[in-house]
Ligand binder design. Structure first.
Ligand SMILES: O=C(O)C(=O)C[C@H](O)[C@H](O)COP(=O)(O)O
Length: 209
C-alpha cells in the first residue's frame, strides 16, 4: 500500500493517544466497528509502542500506524513494533532517510509551500498539513493547489466534525486527521459504543466528492 492508498482507506484518520494499555484493544475495535480502519497511534505516551503491537495482534482488521515521529530512532522502533504507516508533525533529514529506507507509507508534516516542496523533493508527495486550521486551513490548501497540484494532503490539527467536509471537498485533500473521534472522557469510561457512533457519524457526515 502506498501513502495515497492509505489515505483512501477512510475519510478520517483518528489521531489517538493511548495512556492506558487496557483501553487499546477496545478502542481500536470500537473505531473499526464504526468503519474507521487506519489508526494513528501517537508516540505521546510511554505505552504507545506496546499499544501498536497489541492492536496489530488483536485487531487484524485495523491498519495500525504511528504518529508524532520526531526522529529516525522512533521511526525504526515503531516499524519494529509493527506500525504499517508513519506520520510526523514535520520532517527532518534523519526522518526522511529512515522513511526512505522503511517500506511503509510515510506522511511528513508541512505548513508552507517551501516545506511541501522539500518533502516532495525527498519523495513524499502525500503530506500532512499541520497544524491545519492554525496555518491557514482551507484557504491555504486552495492556494497551494495552484503551484503544487500534484501534492495530496491530510489536514490535521483543528479539524473536526463541523469543518471536515470543507476540507474533503478540496481536490488536493484525500483524508483528514483529528482527535475528535476519541474523546478522553469516553476512552476513560471505556464507552466503546460512543466511539463507534462517532466513527460512524464521521464516515457518514463526510461525503466524498
Ligand atoms: O501528535 C501529532 O503527531 C500531531 O501532529 C498532533 C495531532 O495532529 C493533533 O493533536 C491533532 O489535532 P486535533 O484534532 O486538533 O486534536
Amino acid at each position: 500500500m502506498n501513502a495515497l492508498e492509505l489515505l483512501r482507506q477512510s475519510p478520517v484518520m483518528p489521531v489517538i493517544v493511548i495512556k492506558n494499555l487496557d483501553t487499546a484493544v477496545g478502542l481500536a475495535r470500537a473505531l473499526v466497528a464504526g468503519g474507521v480502519r487506519s489508526l494513528e497511534i501517537t508516540l505521546r505516551s510511554n505505552v504507545a509502542l506496546e499499544a501498536i503491537q497489541l492492536i496489530s495482534d488483536a485487531v487484524p482488521d485495523a491498519l495500525v500506524g504511528v504518529g508524532t515521529i520526531r526522529d529516525a530512532k522512533q521511526f525504526d522502533a515503531a516499524v519494529r513494533a509493527g506500525a504499517k504507516f508513519a506520520v510526523s508533525p514535520g520532517l527532518t533529514p534523519g526522518i526522511a532517510r529512515a522513511a526512505q529506507e522503511a517500506d511503509i507509507p510515510f506522511l511528513p508534516g508541512v505548513a508552507t509551500a517551501s516545506e511541501s516542496m522539500i518533502a516532495s523533493d525527498c519523495g513524499f508527495t502525500v503530506q500532512k498539513l499541520f497544524p491545519a486550521q492554525a496555518v491557514g486551513g482551507v484557504a491555504l490548501l486552495k492556494a497551494l493547489y495552484g503551484p503544487l497540484p500534484d501534492i495530496r494532503f491530510c489536514p490535521t490539527g483543528g479539524v473536526n466534525a463541523q469543518n471536515a467536509r470543507d476540507y474533503l471537498e478540496l481536490p488536493n485533500v484525500e483524508c483528514v486527521g483529528g482527535s475528535w473521534l476519541t474523546p478522553e472522557s469516553a476512552v476513560t469510561k471505556q464507552d466503546w459504543s460512543a466511539i463507534t457512533k462517532l466513527a460512524r457519524e464521521a464516515c457518514l457526515l463526510i461525503q466524498r466528492r
